[in-house]
Write a protein that binds this ligand. Structure first.
Ligand code: NAP
Length: 244
């Protein structure tokens, strides 16, 4: 019988990259609100009943706990990134078979302490991810169950969302600053000592499934608690890196 992998946030971006990479290797259980042909269990993970149904219905060998993102308010952001992600993590951690895997897609933002004029949305996002990460890490450290828990901590991943954002930032930096973008530009360019986001080489979305697959080849007695996937600044690299 084929092993089962459950992927949340599978309609686009990183989640879709997991679908593409693992579709021939696992029976996939996929969720998102948007109904696409590859989504098996459409629904909203901020709905407690939907999450409970998902947890009760499925017994996967691998969970990619990936759905998340920016939202406009503290409450909405925590609801998605902390409460929903935390419930899905806990629900599956408590029921999965020994030596199965849960990958939590967190964010490099958990290492950030903020900067001058940072946007409110980014504060909600980073801190909600950090709260979830602390919970998952504490549960993982307890080793109350022999389930592999890996917190994936990526920097900027090249997804449609990030592409659109980068295009906008480049346009702004070329001098075509529209009034509506000005406030955003001023706030976001304070990131990491005024190095703007677009000066980093983003991580390919296909890189994360490859990392997960490698971790799953390791012996059962090893647990990789955390993988931090950082980035180089473009100015530090001579020429283009091989895969981008
Ligand atoms: N891109 C980056 O630079 C980056 C870096 C570090 C970490 N991350 C994290 O990686 C994860 C995936 O992000 P991404 O960049 O791939 O963004 P994305 O393309 O916007 O994907 C987000 C996924 O989550 C789903 N989702 C959002 N809200 C949902 C809800 N209420 N119920 C069910 N599904 C929901 C979306 O599907 P629907 O809209 O169809 O529901 C979509 O499939 C997120 O947790 C994000 O925080 C991203």
């Amino acid at each position: 019988m084929a092993k089962k992998m459950l992927i949340t946030g599978a309609s686009s971006g990183i989640g879709k990259a997991y679908v593409d990479h693992f579709q021939d290797k696992y029976d996939l259980i996929t969720t998102a609100r948007t109904e696409k042909e590859w989504i098996t269990d459409p629904g909203d993970i901020t709905d407690r009943d939907f999450r409970t149904e998902l947890i009760e219905k499925h017994q996967p060998n691998v969970v990619i706990n990936n759905a998340g993102g920016f939202r406009g308010s503290f409450e909405e952001t925590y609801h998605l990134n902390t409460i929903a992600a935390g419930h899905i993590f806990e629900g599956f951690y408590d029921k999965m078979m020994p030596y199965t895997h849960i990958f939590n897609v967190v964010s490099y933002g958990i290492r950030m302490y903020g900067w001058q004029d940072m946007s409110k949305e980014r504060s909600y996002y980073y801190s909600s991810k950090k709260a979830f990460y602390e919970f998952a890490n504490n549960v993982n450290m307890s080793k109350n169950r022999p389930v592999h828990v890996v917190n994936l901590v990526p920097g900027i991943v090249k997804t449609e969302m990030v592409d659109a954002d980068l295009a906008r930032r480049i346009k702004i930096n070329q001098g075509h600053v529209e009034e509506k973008d000005l406030d955003y530009y001023l706030k976001e360019n304070y990131h990491r000592g005024k190095i703007p986001f677009h000066s980093f080489f983003p991580i390919g979305r296909e890189d994360l499934p490859i990392i997960s697959e490698f971790i799953m080849t390791l012996p059962d007695y090893i647990n990789i608690d955390e993988i931090v996937v950082g980035m180089f600044n473009k100015q530090q690299l001579p020429g283009k890196p091989t895969t981008q």
